[in-house]
Write a protein that binds this ligand. Structure first.
Ligand code: GUN
Length: 300
C-alpha cells in the first residue's frame, strides 16, 4: 500500500519563525522599529491560556515586543472596547489580537470591528474579510494562511486543481476558500448541510478538513494521491483516561490513500502562531510605509 508524504508543519513553522526573526532584526537595524503584538485574553478558557502564552513566547523569540492584557472574566463590553481604543492609539503596538472565545456577556462582532484595520493581525475585521473576498490587500487570517503555505510548498502551482474545504467558519473555512480561489483552484465549500459529503470530498485534489469533529473524514472519502490538510484538534478518550489528540481526518486510513497529509498534532497547528508573527511584521511595515519583505521559510 502506498503511504502518504507527511507534511511537517512543526518544522515548516520553525523555519518560518527563524526567517521572520531575521527580518525583524533587519527592521530594527534599518529603521529602529520593533514590531509590537498585543494579545487580549478575557475569560478563562484553558486552551486559550495555553495559546496566549505561546503567542507571547514566540513573539519574543522572534525579537518582537509582546504585550498581554487579561481583563477579568466579568469585563463589560464598554470596558473591553476602551482597552481596544487604547491599543489602537498606542504607536508601540502594531498588531492587536483578541483571543476567542470571549465571555458570554461580550458580543464579539463589535469588539473585532473596533480594532484598527491595519492592526487586525487576526484578519477577522469585516473590512479585512471583504478585502480578501475582492482580492485586495488584506490582513489574512492566520490558520488559513498557514494552510495555504503548506499546500503551496507541497503542490506548487494550484491553478485548475479541485479544492474542497470542509467547514464554513469565518476563521478558517470561508477565508481559506477565498485564498484557494485566488490561487485559481476550483473551490467547493462544503458543510454540515452538504448533501453527499463523501462524494464531494472524493473529487478533491486538495482536501481541507476544518469542522471540529474527530476523525470524521474516512479513508474512502479521499481521492488517491490527494493532498489532505487537517485543521481539526480534538481530544478523544483513551483507556488510561489521558485522552489523545486527533484531527478531523481518520489519519490511519487516510495515510494509505492520500499523496500527502498533515499530522495532528504537528501539522497545521504550529503554522497559526508563525503566521500571526508574519502578520505582525507585515502590519508594522505597512504602518510605517516600509515595503513588506517577502518572508520565505529558512532553509531546513
Ligand atoms: N481562538 C481560536 N483560534 C483563534 C485565532 O486564530 N485567533 C483568535 N483571536 N482567537 C482564536
Amino acid at each position: 500500500m502506498a503511504t502518504a508524504t507527511l507534511i511537517d508543519g512543526k518544522q515548516f513553522a520553525a523555519r518560518l519563525r527563524a526567517s521572520i526573526a531575521v527580518h525583524v532584526a533587519q527592521l530594527k537595524a534599518d529603521h529602529g522599529i520593533t514590531p509590537g503584538l498585543a494579545v487580549v485574553l478575557a475569560g478563562d478558557d484553558p486552551a486559550s491560556q495555553i495559546y496566549v502564552r505561546n503567542k507571547g513566547l514566540q513573539a519574543r523569540e522572534a525579537g518582537m515586543n509582546s504585550f498581554e492584557y487579561r481583563p477579568p472574566v466579568t469585563v463589560t463590553q464598554t470596558g473591553l472596547l476602551a482597552r481596544i481604543a487604547e491599543l489602537n492609539r498606542d504607536p508601540a503596538i502594531n498588531g492587536i489580537l483578541v483571543q476567542l472565545p470571549l465571555p458570554p456577556q461580550i458580543d464579539p462582532q463589535p469588539v473585532i470591528g473596533a480594532i484598527t484595520v491595519s492592526k487586525d493581525v487576526d484578519g477577522f475585521h469585516p473590512l479585512n474579510a471583504g478585502l480578501l473576498a475582492v482580492g485586495g490587500t488584506a490582513m489574512v487570517p492566520c490558520t488559513p494562511l498557514g494552510c495555504l503555505m503548506l499546500i503551496k510548498a507541497q503542490v506548487g502551482n494550484l491553478a485548475g486543481l479541485r479544492a474542497v474545504v470542509l467547514g464554513r467558519s469565518n476563521i478558517v473555512g470561508k477565508p481559506l476558500a477565498a485564498l484557494l480561489l485566488r490561487e485559481h483552484c476550483t473551490v467547493t465549500l462544503a458543510h454540515s448541510r452538504t448533501r453527499d459529503l463523501a462524494e464531494e470530498c472524493r473529487r478533491a485534489d486538495i482536501l481541507v478538513a476544518a469542522v471540529g469533529k474527530a476523525q470524521m473524514v474516512k479513508g474512502d472519502w479521499i481521492k488517491p494521491g490527494a493532498t489532505v490538510i487537517d485543521v481539526g484538534i480534538n481530544r478523544i478518550p483513551t483507556p488510561d483516561g489521558k485522552g489523545r489528540l486527533v484531527g478531523d481526518v481518520d489519519f490511519a486510513a487516510a495515510v494509505e490513500v492520500a499523496g500527502a497529509i498533515t499530522p495532528v498534532p504537528g501539522g497545521v497547528g504550529p503554522m497559526t502562531i508563525a503566521c500571526l508573527l508574519l502578520n505582525t511584521l507585515t502590519a508594522a511595515c505597512r504602518q510605517h510605509g516600509i515595503p513588506v519583505p517577502e518572508v520565505k521559510p529558512a532553509a531546513g
